[in-house]
Design a protein. Structure first.
Length: 395
């Protein structure tokens, strides 16, 4: 019965991780995998998470089902963290999901259930799972220009020209902050212009925010989407707690929807719950409980915010040290963008051959197009990384 199944294509990032593990060179460096790493190469569990888990372990008396809507206090807390005062009261619903990925899929299914012919406009480039996940929900993708690797700059004119043609009822996907894979973000003027376009053209913004706190700060990183959320009639937001709470494997995120009216929003809530029922039935509890504990205890929240600030500072200083090395070794300022971009990723626009040469000749592991996760770059690695990059780029 299953003879028609085709072998699935190996995930390129997992394949690179395998090669890295087998590499015997002592000076090998991994910039491929998309998780935060501290300077010893570990992906830490934040102290606030450990403390919340300790409390949960003591308090938990049952593992009975939590219900389709998950943890109601979490649903409110994550809405507050993402939208703060911009959450439009009874026009906003927030529902716990298994990771940001679970949220994207769930929101895709809700769109499909209501407007199956709506196209989703994705930036080029974007996180490689956006298209496949939303297509699996039955939607059709379109694309708009976003970033040019050669000049390492946003293609704003082309982006706005293309988006000006998006019809009413289509969806425009935007990265809330720390664009993956380019590290190049929209500024407030762009968010304002996109808000005006959504209002006049009638398209629906869908903001994916997976790195809140890793760019400029927890509040700053959400400023653009908050501006938009307080003005547009309808909007979708997918939030992930994987990176900023370090809860990757616990799979916790949220699907947030803004509706035209309280009634319409109730219908959205119903659709979110019905779709959840048909897939996972009920979301997993642990990650939501941890985040709820942290965000509902001012002391714990303050400690967590300081930990996010420290992660961001580490990323920023890694970026600065690589940019400094590139400047002094290349005798030019053309790599200064590395320090200006935000979040864990920059992508140099390398060919497959250059990526392979980096790996073979310099034991430097990056993924497709030369996407580098700079979070775990140690100060002593900045010079050898810069030397390798310049060698493969200048040949
Ligand atoms: C842009 C973007 N969105 C969503 C996700 C999903 O994150 P998760 O499902 O692990 O919470 C990621 C993860 O890498 C991402 O980079």
């Amino acid at each position: 019965m299953f003879e028609n199944l085709k072998p699935s294509k190996p995930d390129p990032i997992l394949a690179i991780m395998g090669l890295y593990r087998e590499d015997k060179r002592a000076d090998k460096m991994d910039f491929g995998v998309g998780v935060f790493k501290d300077l010893s190469g570990n992906t830490p569990v934040p102290k606030a998470v450990k403390e919340a888990e300790r409390r949960l372990l003591e308090q938990q008396t049952s593992k009975a089902y939590v219900g389709m809507a998950g943890d109601l206090a979490y649903n409110e807390a994550i809405k507050r963290l993402t939208l703060a005062e911009a959450a439009p009261g009874d026009r906003c619903v927030s529902l716990q999901t298994p990771g940001g990925s679970g949220s994207i899929r769930l929101l895709g299914e809700v769109i499909q259930g209501s407007a199956p012919s709506a196209q989703v406009w994705l930036p080029t480039p974007t996180w490689p799972n956006h298209g496949p996940t939303l297509s699996a929900a039955g939607l059709t993708m379109a694309s708009y220009p976003y970033f040019d690797f050669a000049s390492q700059s946003l293609l704003k004119a082309q982006m706005f020209d293309t988006l000006a043609k998006v019809p009413a009822g289509d969806i425009v996907l935007l990265h809330g902050c720390c664009h993956n894979p380019t590290g190049a973000d929209l500024d407030m003027a762009d968010w304002q212009r996109l808000t005006d376009m959504a209002l006049s053209q009638g398209f629906v913004p869908f903001v994916d925010i997976a790195y809140q706190g890793f760019g400029q700060g927890l509040e700053e990183d959400a400023a653009g989407l908050r501006y938009m959320a307080s003005r547009v009639p309808e909007m979708l937001i997918s939030a992930s707690c994987s990176k900023n709470f370090g809860l990757y494997r616990d799979r916790i995120g949220a699907a947030i929807m803004i509706g035209k009216s309280a009634e319409a929003t109730q219908a959205m809530r119903g659709a979110l719950l019905a779709r959840t029922r048909l897939s996972v039935s009920m979301p997993p509890a642990h990650g939501a409980e941890v985040v709820r504990e942290i965000l509902n205890d001012p002391a714990l929240e303050q400690g967590w915010r300081a930990e996010v600030d420290a992660m961001r500072r580490q990323i920023q200083s890694a970026r600065q040290s690589l940019a400094d090395q590139m400047r002094s070794l290349s005798n030019s300022d053309r790599f200064d963008f590395i320090a200006q971009q935000r979040g864990m990723f920059s992508t140099l626009g390398l060919s497959d051959a250059q990526v392979e040469r980096l790996r073979d000749d310099f034991a430097i592991y990056v993924v497709g197009g030369g996407r580098m996760n700079l979070a775990g770059l140690r100060p002593d690695q900045a010079a050898p990384l810069a030397r390798g990059l310049l060698a493969v780029m200048e040949d």
